[in-house]
Design a protein around this ligand. Structure first.
Ligand code: AMP
Ligand code: GLY
Length: 445
């Protein structure tokens, strides 16, 4: 069968690669895809912007048009923005099954206020918080609570909507700045108790429909725990980024912690999705803080994490296309998720200057024997084919350029292989963290 993947990042390259590995799948259409999916076996990119018949359509309409003309069996939606815009609703309405929540479920990420109301209503372990629409009331609350305190803009703000304020002055400035600078996204502020601990990410498959809720088959299944490393520099220092590398699983996360997560976060979330009558067939991402009182939810994302996906999906010892089918047809409860033993480490190479100003269009060279010897897989994020070149060359086209993802039976082996592969990748002003997964590298406070 043919399947569709929506998105253009490293997460989508990884999803497309996993789908292409399935014996059920003949072709993966990537809309728009990137320079990685362009060269991936069984994958083909279609960029609506480059097709006159599609260029003026919304992404929802373009995706439906492509899905129908290519006769795909189903679509997997990678990023949150199209989900918030109702792409899953549009696909299902057009008769195309989709992996990704409909807009009502996607609002759990699109609005922090809504996600906190949901967590509190269904008893999901999380930080205490209050929401404000009035700036003066927000300032009064911050002064009453004191620092440290966390100020969050309600809406999607491309990673710029959260300030962890260590002093009252920082907190007051954050209230002023988030309301002044973020437009609609900053109209409401969620002000949250500061949680101390170390962060992890747990991704999960979700299959909730009215029918499965009624017949008891509604289901949520967590993947192995993973960790992103969001700060630019070694030792979790420097500015926040979209993610500098990921590892999966985590030796510092005990079975007891995962059992607490299941009881206090995962199952209450499932109960909430069922009670709210959401049609949620897709993935959910739990950003967690491991506190002294157990794991607490920092956020929901309504998609797989990036770059967590680049470390988690290679650990799957089952057919990803079959998992997608079980999510859509309501049989996730009987789907057995088997995992490889060992570890996956995936450091990310970025363009020098990122997350601030950086150059694009730099040619990337790959020493394939080095990469193959290391047994690593390169997942492309911000790179495209250079159209001017006679032989295929990838050029950088974004801040986060690629991840080198490697498996090992021990963490040390996986780590060594990933970094050996990284030595086989070169581009002008390339930068990467050298400590992904090592002690002291995790985000903590
Ligand atoms: P969020 O988008 O809500 O996940 O927040 C972004 C980052 O801010 C998280 O990854 C944490 O590092 C930090 N953060 C968010 N909420 C809290 C909190 N209540 N306490 C401490 N740090 C937080
Ligand atoms: N790695 C964090 C995210 O995908 O939001």
């Amino acid at each position: 069968m043919k399947v569709l993947v929506i998105g253009s990042g490293g997460r989508e390259h990884t999803i497309a690669w996993r789908l292409a590995e399935s014996k059920l799948v003949n072709e993966v259409i990537c809309v728009p895809g990137n320079g990685g999916t362009a060269h991936e076996a069984k994958c083909r990119n279609i960029d609506p912007k480059e097709n006159p018949a599609l260029a003026n359509l919304s992404l929802n309409d373009a995706a439906c048009t492509i899905a129908k003309s290519e006769k795909v069996e189903f679509a997997v939606v990678g990023p949150e923005d199209p989900l918030a815009e109702g792409i899953a609703d549009a696909l299902w309405n057009a008769g195309i099954p989709a992996v990704g929540p409909k807009a009502k479920g996607a609002a759990l990420e699109a609005s922090k206020d809504l996600s906190k109301i949901f967590m509190q209503k269904y008893g999901v372990a999380c930080a205490d918080s209050q929401t404000f629409t009035d700036k003066q009331e927000a300032l009064a609350y911050v002064r009453q609570k004191g620092a440290p305190i966390v100020i969050k803009a309600d809406g999607l703000a491309a990673g710029k909507g959260v300030v962890v304020a260590k002093t009252l002055e920082e907190a007051e400035n954050a209230v002023e700045e988030l309301t002044a600078n973020l437009g609609e996204a900053g109209k409401k502020l969620v002000i949250e108790e500061y949680l101390q601990g170390v962060e992890i990410s747990v991704l999960a498959a979700v299959s909730v429909t009215e029918e499965s809720a009624a017949n008891g088959k509604a289901c949520i299944k967590a993947f192995l725990p993973a960790r992103d490393h969001k700060r630019l520099m070694d030792g979790a220092k420097g500015p926040n980024t979209g993610g500098m590398g990921a590892v999966c699983p985590l030796s510092d996360v005990t079975d007891e912690t995962m059992a607490l997560f299941e009881k206090n976060i995962l199952q209450p979330t499932l109960k909430g999705l069922i009670s709210e009558k959401m049609d949620y067939r897709g993935f959910i991402f739990f950003g967690l803080m491991l506190t002294k009182e157990g794991p607490k939810a920092l956020e929901y994302n309504v998609r797989l994490g990036d770059p967590e996906t680049q470390a988690v999906l290679p650990m799957m010892d089952f057919d990803f296309a079959e998992l997608c089918q079980s999510i859509m047809n309501g049989s996730l409860d009987s789907f057995e998720m088997k995992w490889k033993t060992g570890f996956q480490v995936a450091p990310v190479a970025v363009s020098g200057g990122y997350p601030h100003k950086y150059a694009k269009g730099k040619a990337i060279s790959f020493d394939n024997s080095k990469i193959e010897n290391a047994g690593a897989k390169i997942f492309i994020a911000g790179a495209i084919n250079d159209r001017r070149a006679k032989t295929p060359v990838l050029i950088t086209n974004g801040g986060r350029v690629l991840a080198c993802s490697a498996h090992g039976s021990t963490f040390d082996e996986a780590w060594k292989k990933a970094y050996e592969a990284m030595e086989g990748v070169k581009f002008d002003a390339m930068f990467f963290r050298k400590d992904i997964g090592l002690p002291g590298a995790a985000e903590s406070n």
